[in-house]
Design a protein around this ligand. Sequence first.
Ligand SMILES: [Zn+2]
Ligand SMILES: [Zn+2]
Length: 130
Amino acid sequence: MNADQGYAILFGIGLGLIAVLFWMLFPIGDRRREGEEEEKPKGFCPLCKQPLYAGERIRSDQTEIGDVEVQTRIKGCPYCMGPTHRRARNCPVCKNKVAKDEVILALSDPRIDRLKLSIKGCKQCWPQGF
Ligand SMILES: [Zn+2]
Ligand SMILES: [Zn+2]
């Protein structure tokens, strides 16, 4: 009687392993169907207002200040960074021009969500952050 039970448990483990292998064979998170490219933008570049889609990321540096604040220096998106791009870059707070080598600052609280940024401004309107 006990032997039957042992067999059942081993069989169960075997099935579990097969399930794990199957799961590993099919990468999750990349189940994009065709035609889904024309989706809504994931966000907008705060500097040049370019709508950004999946894979187009804003370049930024994050610095943790203690464990209560994260300072994010937003450099821009692929459309307004680098010497070949000529898009106008403006501070979303004071609307002043932001040079290509300048950044705008945003703060977030890592205890809530370090990616939930509150944009503070550029060197001109928020100099205390620089
Ligand atoms: Zn941009
Ligand atoms: Zn500003």
